[in-house]
Structure formats: structure tokens, C-alpha cells
Design a protein around this ligand. Sequence first.
Ligand code: HEM
Ligand code: FPP
Length: 288
Amino acid sequence: MSKITNFMKITKLEITILIDLVAITAFILVPGSFSHPLILFLLILSGTLASMSASMFNNIYDMDIDTKMKRTRSRSSTLNPGTRGLIFSIAAAMIVVSFVLSSVFINLLTALFIFGGFLSYVFLYTIFLKRRTTWNIVIGGIAGGFPALAGWAALTNSVSFTSLFLAFLVFMWTPTHFWNLSINNVDDYKASHVPMLPAIVGIKKTEFWIVINTVILIFYSLIPLLVPSIKLGLPYIPIAIIMDIILLYYVLKPAFRLYDKKYFRKAFGFSNMYLMILLLVIIIYPFI
Ligand code: HEM
Ligand SMILES: CC(C)=CCC/C(C)=C/CC/C(C)=C/COP(=O)(O)OP(=O)(O)O
């Protein structure tokens, strides 16, 4: 049992679940989506394989720094020089199966969007940006937008204002999501020379940029009020306003509590809740 749980650790399954929820949300928003359960199943399967594969390649590439960081060093029990070859082969097989399944049984555009998420996470973020610039997670955050484009394209073979809105919502959400977490691991990032924002500019400046990014995210989340063609269901706006207010409370609190790291951890935790609840409200509405 521990072999399976350890293997799941290097696939970052908890992240993949929220990534899948992004794709499912975009899929559900397409009129008539309920009559295509098989396409939805294939979308989730292809996206899950790609996301897990990307996470495995990320962990293989980051083996040198992951052993130096408290949060990630336990991965070496599963991923180490002895198992790297096997895990590389499994990850490679997963992304190939993902691309074949999505391109053959859904459509090429969806397969390209899923593959785009894989490429942007593995190459743009992990290999090119992560160890070079404090903009790493801002630009690398586009990886999280691809599932929304894939979810809409699975049934329409196209892009829309709605799928673009969802893609950029995840993109805008990512810095608030990750910078709160990174503050709790700032010493790790300094030790491994990864230029995450708090490791370079300090905690107070990072809190400033978290608040700025969150204010922009809040205004962005309410854009459907101004763009009628982005139809997310009646409950979206009122729930978004409530979630925006609570998110702002969580991201401002550290500044009023002497930048105590536990409040950044709470803000990180709520940021995941924030995105999950906004997505679930959109998914559940058509069923009520
Ligand atoms: C470049 C963009 C991103 C970065 C750098 C990032 C970074 C991280 C890191 C370092 C963790 C902690 C993982 C661990 O300790 O094992 C994490 C957790 C997580 N991330 Fe992100 N993330 C990004 C984008 C996303 C996206 C797009 C999603 C989903 C839409 C997402 C969802 C999650 C979830 C659900 C967790 C687990 C939270 C928990 O364990 O409670 N992340 N992220
Ligand atoms: C459609 C598709 C495949 C999309 C992929 C999107 C995706 C998996 C985004 C997640 C990005 C992420 C968790 C980065 C963290 O890596 P890190 O190296 O900073 O985290 P670590 O230090 O925990 O390894």
C-alpha cells in the first residue's frame, strides 16, 4: 500500500483533481454537455494522465533541489537514481496515451490544449523559468489555464469568451495561491537557490504583491457582470462576491498579525477553497 501512496505523491494527485475540476467546469458550460458523458470521461482521463505525467517529469527534473527542501525531500523514497528510469518511462507513456486518447477520441484542438498544459508546466515553468526568475510562477501559471480551454474545446472544437475567462481566472488565481505557500517555505527556496518571490524580495514585499494580485483577481472574477456572453449561471456572481470578500480577508490578515507565517498558510488553504467553490457553483447550478 505504501508503494502506491508514495507513487501518488510524485504525481501530485491533489493538484490534478483541481486541474480536472477546471476542465469539467468548462465542459459543463457548453450547452447540451450532459448528453456526452463518454467525452467527459475521456477528457478527465486524458487530462489526468497529462497532469500526473507533467508532475512526474517536474519531480524528475527537480530531484536535485527536492532533496534539499523539507516539504519535498520525502519524494526521494519513491523517486531516486534507482527508480528514475522507470518513472521517466511511466510518465512518457502517460503523456503519449493522453495525447492519443484525446486526439483520436475527442479532437485535435483539445489534445493540443492538454499537451499545451503539459509543455508549459514541464518546459516553460519547470525547466526554463523556475530557477531563473521571480516571474516563474506568474508566467508558468498559464499551465493552469489550459484545462479550461481543453474542457470547452472537447465539445465545441473551439475557443470562447467563456473558456478564455475561466483560463485567465486560474491564471490570475495562481500567484495568490502559490506566493502564500512559498512564504512558509522561504528558507527552503533560499537554500536551493530557487528565486521564488519571498526568497528574493522578502515576506513583507511578497505580502504586498499577494494583496495587489488578489485585488486584480477580485475585479477579474466579476467581469461576467460586464460581459453577458460569459454565462456562468445565476449563483456565480453572488457567490464570487462572498468568496472575494473572504479571500481578501485571508490575504490581508498576515499584514495585521506581524506577518506570522500561519496566516499565510491559512490564506494558501483558503485560496484552494476559493477556486474549488467558484468552480463547483458553476458545475452544480445546471443540476438544481
Ligand atoms: C505555476 C503554477 C503553480 C505553482 C508553482 C503551484 C505550486 C504549488 C505547490 C508548491 C504546492 C504544494 C505541493 C506539495 O507540497 O506537495 C501546491 C499545492 C496545490 N496546488 Fe498549486 N501550483 C500552481 C498551480 C496550480 C494550479 C493551476 C492548480 C489547480 C487549478 C493548483 C492546485 C493546487 C492544489 C489543489 C494543491 C494542494 C493543496 C493542498 O495540499 O492542500 N496549483 N501548488
Ligand atoms: C492540462 C495540464 C496537463 C495542465 C498542467 C497544469 C498543472 C499540473 C499545473 C500545476 C503546476 C504546479 C503544481 C507547479 C508546482 O510545481 P513546483 O515544482 O513549484 O512544485 P514542487 O516544489 O511541489 O515540486
